[in-house]
Design a protein around this ligand. Structure first.
Ligand code: HEC
Ligand code: HEC
Length: 393
């Protein structure tokens, strides 16, 4: 071979090698991807085996849990970041609160108009230049300012809100029928866990829930990781985590009605998780407050913390609003105030409980009584508590 041919051959093989290297570099990520997928697949498979050997007796073979024994793990409330039932219900509450605000604005406006007529008559009746006349004129000026500030589009805004509320109500009802609890966050949010689902599963599996027996009829989620004294090696824990994470695609398509058992929260015993609370914004004037049960009301009065502030052996913590004599006080004093004309004693009580800051008892301050009872009580609670307070005449 002459020198020229050798050079050509050398260049050709160099180019060939470079092409080969390039081809490998380009294809390596894809090859790794396939490899990773195979590895993950095997991990899920091994996890499935471990699950069948160790977990199915409590969480069920299909992962949907066993009523009363253990929660579903193939569970939308575990995988979703928001509970659609709560999101829709919160929207509904906001719409209702807006409607109530607008309705109150119209009521106030109409009352102002009526009062204006009366004030003008009284001013004109007062002697020219008298102090009384000046005082009435000042009141009238204040009133006129308020009347001017009223937005004339308010009634129309109410009309526009009503169909939106009806639509949202239907949506909430549909979600409720699918089993979504309207006042509950998804699992991780409910626990304020910010570390992500994988880490949550891993730490639960390793350490178990040694204190879960009481909530679950003596059924205990034991520690499974060797580092916590359990039977499984770290790689086996990882396989189980991979297996559970793999539920995601199916889980997020389920509704709570599809699973046999939701999670339970410790200390929630007395609070029924799917109770339909009244919600801020509910209008006490349209509620039927009759039919409360005194004995149940007495229990709730204690359970909700009312008694702690309103009654005490040596006088209430807030002695300007003691439980004793409440109903009489309401009838003889509160209902005579202009603000409560047209109220029954029951309506006054309902408003005091749900919206304590709308009227402040003399001697009290707006911040003392919790303002979130509407988010804790359903209509029956309210009726019962009112029936109980009504015995204090
Ligand atoms: C003897 C019954 C039992 C067995 C067996 C069991 N668990 Fe549990 N598991 C429970 C109970 C009960 C809870 C609920 C604990 C609580 O409420 O704190 C639970 C909770 C969990 C949770 C947490 C759910 C959550 O959101 O809080 C995971 C994850 C879990 N188990 C996975 C497993 C896996 C994986 C296995 C098999 C290795 C397994 N469990 C075996 C009874 C069991
Ligand atoms: C942390 C203390 C506290 C708790 C808990 C509490 N209240 Fe009150 N409550 C007050 C104070 C202070 C006032 C007076 C200030 C005001 O009007 O907001 C008041 C006012 C009232 C009034 C009006 C009384 C009147 O004389 O007009 C009623 C009725 C009432 N509360 C009922 C309840 C009920 C029912 C509960 C439980 C569901 C409850 N309260 C829980 C502190 C409390």
């Amino acid at each position: 071979m002459n020198i020229q041919n050798k050079v050509v051959l050398g260049i050709a093989s160099f180019v060939g090698i470079m092409l080969l290297v390039g081809w490998i570099v380009i294809n390596e990520p894809a090859r790794m991807e396939v490899f990773t997928q195979q590895w993950e697949g095997r991990s899920v498979e091994r996890g499935a085996e471990l699950y069948l050997n160790n977990c199915y007796s409590c969480h069920a073979e299909d992962g949907l849990g066993l009523s009363g024994y253990a929660p579903a793990l193939k569970n939308p409330m575990l995988f979703l970041e928001e509970n659609p039932g709560k999101v829709a219900n919160d929207e509904l509450r906001a719409l209702r609160a807006e409607r109530d605000r607008l309705v109150r604005a119209v009521d106030t406006y109409q009352a102002d108009i009526a009062e204006r007529v009366e004030l003008i008559a009284r001013r004109d009746a007062a002697a020219e230049g008298s102090e009384e006349r000046q005082r009435l004129q000042l009141q009238l000026d204040d009133l006129d300012t308020r009347i001017r500030l009223f937005d004339p589009a308010t009634p129309q805004k109410i009309d526009e809100l009503l169909p939106r509320i009806a639509e949202q109500e239907a949506k909430v009802e549909e979600l409720r029928a699918q089993g979504w609890e309207l006042n509950r966050e998804p699992r991780l949010k409910e626990l304020s866990w910010t570390g992500g689902l994988e880490a949550y599963l891993r730490s639960t599996l390793i350490a178990g829930r040694p204190t879960s027996g009481q909530l679950w009829n003596g059924n205990i989620m034991q520690a499974w990781g060797q580092e916590a004294g359990g039977p499984l090696r770290p790689d086996e824990i990882e396989n189980l985590v991979a297996y559970l994470i793999n539920y995601r695609e199916e889980a997020i398509k389920l509704t709570p009605n599809d699973v046999r058992q939701q999670f339970k929260i410790a200390g929630e015993g007395t609070v029924d998780a799917d109770k339909e609370v009244l919600g801020a914004g509910v209008d006490v004037m349209v509620l039927d407050l009759s039919g409360g049960d005194v004995a149940a009301g007495q229990q709730k009065y204690t359970a909700l913390g009312c008694a702690a502030c309103h009654s005490a052996a040596g006088g209430a913590a807030y002695n300007f609003a003691p439980t004793a004599g409440t109903y009489t006080r309401v009838e003889n004093i509160r209902l005579r105030l202009d603000q409560f004309s047209g109220y029954t004693a029951e309506q006054y009580l309902a408003e005091s409980i749900l919206y304590p800051s709308r009227y402040i008892v003399p001697g009290g301050e707006a911040v003392q009584m919790p303002a979130n009872y509407a988010d804790q009580m359903d209509l029956q609670d309210l009726k019962d508590v009112i029936a109980y307070i009504s015995t204090y005449r």
